[in-house]
Design a protein around this ligand. Structure first.
Ligand code: 5GP
Ligand code: ZN
Length: 115
């Protein structure tokens, strides 16, 4: 997708980000405005507008995003007390960046819902 997409620009190295894990197909980096002590975004390097589009087009890649999130959760020390993994999808969910991304949240009790 290229220059119009913020997260494609992070993948390309055009915008700095604090990267915590990179694989051949996925990237995990810290959210610029964290909503929890640990708040990491996990994305496919390839552009898909949202997780539904990603899962339909390439379920294997969607699984790789989940697998990267699980490794980051382990590395961030979240697996004991638990964590939240969520994909905002579309306007009712408040999706702001239209490049599929998982929010990995943890490090404190998160409550029943987090926007
Ligand atoms: P959404 O609302 O689309 O699910 O989440 C987008 C997320 O991207 C937000 O949590 C927001 O803080 C984060 N974000 C927006 N711009 C940047 C940026 O330039 N760098 C990083 N690391 N995160 C960003
Ligand atoms: Zn993109």
């Amino acid at each position: 997708m290229g220059t119009d997409c913020l997260f494609c620009r992070i993948v390309a190295g055009e915008i700095p980000a604090t990267i915590v894990r990179e694989t051949a197909t996925t990237l995990a980096f810290r959210d610029i405005d964290p909503k929890a002590p640990v708040h990491v975004l996990v994305i496919p390097k390839e552009h898909y507008a949202d997780v539904a589009t990603l899962a339909e087009a390439d379920p294997g890649l969607a699984g790789e995003v989940l697998a990267t999130a699980a490794v980051v959760a382990e590395e961030e020390g979240l697996t004991g007390d638990g964590f939240r993994l969520m994909f905002n999808t579309g306007p009712h969910a408040g999706q702001e960046v239209f490049h599929a991304h998982a929010h990995l949240l943890g490090g404190a009790p998160l409550g029943p819902m987090l926007c």
